[in-house]
Design a protein around this ligand. Structure first.
Ligand SMILES: *[C@@H]1O[C@H](CO)[C@@H](O)[C@H](O)[C@H]1NC(C)=O
Ligand SMILES: [Ca+2]
Length: 327
């Protein structure tokens, strides 16, 4: 009760001050501290509440630097608290900047995944991840003609079976993407990731206009609860400073159609744009019950169809028969 009151008060205070800016937002959404990273970062001592650090990451009073503008660096920050919110929005204020005018890289990624704190080749984090990656790729590894420019933002949902192919800039596994320039700006750059009603929306505010611009929207994206938010970046031969200024996670209201008691923790990350080959499904255990039900229903449907077809054939035969008898 007290907590609710506190949140309400907090909301009203925030609303009073920011009503013009927040006008388009759902009025009951509120910030979840345990999934957010805001200034001042440090609590008591050196640690940052709710966040762990990996690799080259350094924390200053004004930013969290995942990599500096030096070659072969990898850094990450990971939320320590799993997210049990069904509908959420994560807003990331970041700054990517460096000396390179034409050559810079490699980029960074915002994660909502099962495994945290793991080094790897996908922008500083592990490949074959389970969950969602929003990748802000600044360097095109593709030698041939690309169908898009860099920097490029893309969304990928992985159930642990997909490999991120840098040579193709991950294009064969992405769900959607957009071109967007966000390097070396003097104004603030913001990214918004919304996951609501199984729809993923990524918006950008890179032009210093204080307005969101839609980058991508994908429906029928299934993500479980209980995963972790994180951000990671990497440099190779090319480099950049990849700074996270703030991460704010907003809990969005449940929709009327959503059951608040539904257990979403066992969902396997998927998106309908995936073509799931049926024979592969069997070797992944957690999917069994769902897959079994599906196959069972398919079987029943096929039996019904066969019966109907047989019925129609039998009926036609009978009709023909009676017609023959008539003439
Ligand atoms: C995982 O994703 C791959 C690629 O989309 C798909 O082929 C496979 O069937 C999926 N596995 C499960 C258990 O959903
Ligand atoms: Ca790339």
């Amino acid at each position: 009760m007290q907590q609710i009151k506190f949140q309400l008060t907090q909301y009203f205070l925030v609303a009073l001050f920011f009503t013009p800016i927040l006008a388009e937002w759902n009025t009951r959404d509120y910030v979840r501290r345990e999934h957010s990273l805001t200034k001042p970062y440090q609590g008591s001592g050196m640690s940052v509440p709710y966040w762990d650090f990996l690799g080259s990451t350094i924390v200053t009073t004004n930013y969290v630097r995942l990599t500096s503008d030096l070659q072969s660096k990898s850094g990450a920050i990971w939320n320590t608290v799993p997210c049990y919110t069904r509908n959420w929005e994560v807003q990331v204020q970041f700054k990517v900047h460096g000396r390179g005018k034409d050559l810079y890289g490699d980029g960074f990624a915002i994660w909502y995944v099962k495994d945290r704190m793991q080094y790897g080749p996908v922008f500083g984090s592990k490949d074959y991840y389970q969950g969602l990656a929003i990748i802000l790729d600044t360097y095109s590894n593709h030698n041939g003609a690309h169908n898009h420019q860099h920097p490029y933002i893309s969304a990928t949902v992985n159930n642990g079976s997909l490999h991120y192919d840098h040579d193709r800039d991950g294009t064969h596994t992405q769900l959607a993407g957009c071109e967007a320039k966000f390097r070396n700006f003097n104004h603030d750059t913001h990214l918004s990731i919304i996951y609501k009603d199984d729809t993923l929306i990524v918006q950008t505010d890179f032009e210093g206009k204080n307005a969101w611009k839609e980058c991508l929207r994908v429906e029928n994206v299934l993500l479980p609860t209980g995963y972790f938010f994180g951000a990671s970046a990497t440099t190779g031969d090319l480099s950049d400073n990849h700074d996270i200024i703030a991460i704010k996670m907003y809990e969005l209201d449940l929709l009327e159609t959503q059951d608040k008691d539904e257990d979403r923790s066992h969902i396997i990350p998927s998106a309908q744009t995936f073509e799931a080959p049926r024979e592969r499904v069997e070797d992944v255990k957690p999917a069994m019950s769902g897959v079994k039900t599906f196959l069972w229903m398919m079987f029943v449907a096929i039996v019904i169809i066969v019966l109907v077809v047989l019925g129609i054939m039998w009926y036609q035969k009978k009709q023909e028969h009676s017609r023959k008898r008539l003439y």
